[in-house]
Design a protein around this ligand. Structure first.
Ligand code: BTN
Length: 325
């Protein structure tokens, strides 16, 4: 990404056209730089309308991340926020910071990730301005082996925020995807650092599709959706989403630290996308096990009623019976 790209894009809006000349004058750069930036933005998934004699405008109402909007309320609950325009991955960045002593509750959010990480070694794609991507560092006094249920607590918090913002169809897929009508809206990647026997640290990475999911579909092997498809493009301010999600995670993680997953179990099941449905679990060994998803236990393991009785899964991929995992 060229250095001025985001500065240039922040000069544009969806509401009115602004000429390349004016953008160039405001930023003290050349008109050619503005022109090139618009082309680069298109290649990164952000559509910009260009009309001769009028200038440029964003095809969709993108709200750029603004520290002043989310950092003060989050700092009131002890979260230290950092916004970056571009990096490889907020998880990778925060992992490095954690290893060099970053404080508990450090949060990194980025406008663009060059190498966004997904679960199981996948990549996480998001068009420029179209996703919310952030990571939160949580330091636990317990070893990583005692954090079972953590990823479910995170998914639950995200789904609850989305419902509170009006997305009644938001549901959790075990262990922590967020689905709407079977299509993926958000994902969570938790990476652990520190001593497995002593205090541990979790980098909790969250990616939410906000706008422009249709441009991601050709590159993905599963149904995806975005917030604009359900709430309309104008109702979305990524700053509000970030603020609400990070605050909810903070509340839930404080409780999880005290009481574990058990108090969240029934709330999680109430939002479980596959509760009581016929599913199959693809295990780490490549085995497919069919059964009815009857819920989760107090440690967050998936409970599957199978022909051979009740089975418990601590890892694996769930899909509806007959669909690809
Ligand atoms: C998944 O595969 O569902 C998990 C996706 C997690 C993506 C987020 S985006 C912010 C954070 N940084 C990353 O590199 N990945 C996570």
């Amino acid at each position: 990404m060229t250095p001025h790209l985001l500065d240039i894009l922040r000069q544009l809006s969806h509401d009115e056209f602004r000429s390349g000349e004016e953008v160039a004058r405001r930023l003290r750069i050349s008109r050619a730089s503005v022109h090139n930036a618009v082309h680069e933005a298109e290649s990164l998934g952000l559509r910009v309308q260009a009309v001769r004699g009028r200038g440029y405008r964003l095809a969709l109402p993108v709200t750029w991340l603004d520290v002043a909007s989310f950092a003060p309320p989050l700092s009131a609950c002890g979260v230290h926020s950092q916004r970056l325009d571009t990096l490889d991955s907020t998880n990778a960045h925060l992992m490095l910071l954690a290893q060099s002593g970053a404080p508990h509750k450090s949060l990194v959010v980025a406008e663009w990730q060059g190498k966004g990480r997904g679960r199981r070694g996948r990549i996480w794609l998001a068009g420029l301005g179209g996703g919310l991507m952030f990571s939160l560092l949580w330091r636990f006094n317990r070893p990583a082996s005692e954090l079972s249920g953590l990823s479910l607590v995170v998914g639950l918090g995200l789904a609850q925020v989305l419902r509170d913002l009006g997305l009644q169809g938001a549901a959790v897929k075990w262990p922590n995807d967020i689905l709407v009508d079977g299509a993926k809206l958000a994902g969570v990647l938790i990476e652990l650092a520190g001593d497995m026997l002593g205090p541990s640290a979790a980098i909790i990475g969250v990616g939410v599709n906000v706008l422009g999911a249709e441009s991601l579909r050709p590159a993905l092997d599963q149904p995806v959706t975005d917030l604009s498809e359900h709430l309309g493009p104008h109702s979305l301010d990524r700053n509000v989403l970030l603020r609400e999600m990070a605050a909810r995670l903070n509340d839930h993680l404080e409780r999880f630290e005290r009481d574990g997953f058990a108090p969240f179990r029934l709330d999680w099941q109430a939002l479980h996308a596959h509760q009581d449905q016929s599913v199959q679990v693809l295990t780490g060994h490549g085995e497919r096990i069919a059964g009815q998803a009857v819920g989760v236990d107090d440690g967050g393991a998936l409970l599957l009623a199978t022909e051979r009785g009740l089975q418990r899964f601590h890892s694996g991929e769930v899909s509806l019976r007959g669909a690809a995992a």
